[in-house]
Design a protein around this ligand. Structure first.
Ligand SMILES: Cc1ncc(COP(=O)(O)O)c(C=O)c1O
Length: 394
């Protein structure tokens, strides 16, 4: 029996009906571009998050690009991020004309390691005027930590290093809507832990649109105004362009679909968490824990319900490729997020990196494997996944 990696049809008829109704509503009122539907989504999202400003954007990638443009980041600037992630983050930095500087990840969590961040920053020089510069003399403007797979980066650790060096943070919260972080200053919502951040609503995300969509989030009202201009060609008044922006507008139909699905999000996240608990038990019982590393839960002890929302269930195993081939043979869905770290991507060869530069990222790319975790996955399917991994490894 095959097991899909992801199956949207299992969200159920109640969701399907709500989505259909939302889409039909937009088709009936024909307000296709921005307008009331988008504004309602933005305010429902900030209410869900418990603060901030939300600006609906055409995709997560465009949200990051719009944020970088609104901050005026470009040629002469440098932005720090990690190489083990989806391409969008580094791609957007490159597209602004800024330099990309990488620091390595923590091998246990797959995310930015504050120790590597500090090592990188401490290797850089300050100008006579106190500006921290990259070896290519670009000004260090921003740090972009990426919350991967459903739990948060060590934001307290990263924020402490960033504050020491006076550098601002932009959170890549593309994968993590609904997660909470037990900061030393109290519980925070992912996406509201830095002045700016963004979320993706790609259909396979925990909250997915019916196509591409995203949102830029910020804590400051002036930044939200800037973002609204940048998403609409830099216009406030039609055909008068204050700044250069782009067409980064979210479709009203996507905003309506997201409004319909948002009330279900916490329930789906809880289901993903209970699926993770089923895997944990099954891997434990299978005797595989000497050969398979389960996802870490760095904030488990916090007692917070949403410390992990399991966007992906990513295990690590040295024999990854053989196991993956076996699972494919058994028609069990699985995927590698992400097979080639960004510093080794062909398009970034100009940065001059080589294999060995970011060992934890390279190891994660070689050993990680995502298993099905979506809401609607059945316990017997999970047992089948674990049994197949055991067969492959025994
Ligand atoms: C970590 C990360 N950053 C950025 C993005 C880009 O979002 P989108 O696909 O909506 O452009 C994604 C989505 O896949 C992501 O997972």
């Amino acid at each position: 029996m095959s097991v899909p990696l992801f199956d949207l049809s299992r969200l159920g008829t109640q969701v399907d009906e709500a989505v259909r109704e939302a889409a039909l509503r937009v088709l009936a009122h024909r307000g296709y571009v921005l307008g009331a539907e988008v504004e309602a989504f933005e305010s429902e999202l900030t209410a869900y998050l418990g603060g901030g400003h939300a600006v609906g954007i055409s995709s997560g990638t465009d949200a990051q690009l719009a944020l970088l443009m609104a901050m005026g980041i470009g040629s002469g600037d440098a932005v720090i991020s990690t190489p083990y992630t989806f391409f969008a983050t580094a791609g957007c930095i490159h597209r602004t004309g800024a330099e990309i500087l990488f620091c390595d990840i923590d091998p246990a969590t797959f995310m930015m390691d504050p120790v590597s961040l500090r090592t990188l920053l401490s290797s850089l020089q300050r100008d006579a005027d106190g500006v921290l510069r990259s070896p290519k003399r670009n000004r260090i403007r921003l740090i972009v930590p990426i919350h991967l797979f459903g739990t948060c980066c060590d934001m307290d650790g990263i924020a402490a290093v960033a504050a020491e060096y006076g550098i601002e943070i932009l959170e890549d919260a593309a994968q993590i809507l609904g997660a909470k972080y037990p900061s030393k200053d109290g519980v925070k919502s992912a996406g509201l832990m830095a002045p700016t951040s963004y979320v993706s609503f790609y259909p396979s995300k925990n909250l997915g649109a019916a196509g591409d969509a995203g949102v830029a989030l910020c804590l400051d009202a002036d930044m939200a105004d800037k973002l609204r201009r940048v998403r609409n060609h830099g216009m406030e008044q039609r055909y008068y362009h204050k700044v250069v922006g782009g067409n980064f507008r979210i479709d009203a139909i996507q905003a309506a679909v997201l409004r319909a699905k948002l009330p279900f999000l916490d329930g789906w996240n809880a289901t993903r968490r209970s699926n993770a608990a089923i895997y944990r038990e099954a891997f434990n019982a299978s005797g595989l824990l000497d050969r398979v590393h389960l996802p870490s839960e760095p904030f488990h002890e916090s007692g917070l319900r949403d410390h992990h929302i399991y966007h992906q269930y990513v295990i690590r195993l040295p024999k990854r490729d053989a196991v993956m081939a076996y699972l494919a043979d058994q028609k069990i869905g699985c995927a590698i997020y992400y097979p080639v770290p960004l510093h080794l991507q062909e398009c970034f060869a100009y940065l001059g990196h080589k294999a060995g530069d970011f060992p934890a990222s390279e190891q994660a790319a070689n050993e990680s494997l995502a298993l099905p975790i979506f809401p609607g996955l059945r316990p017997d399917e999970q047992q089948q996944v674990v049994a197949a991994i055991k067969q492959a490894l025994d």
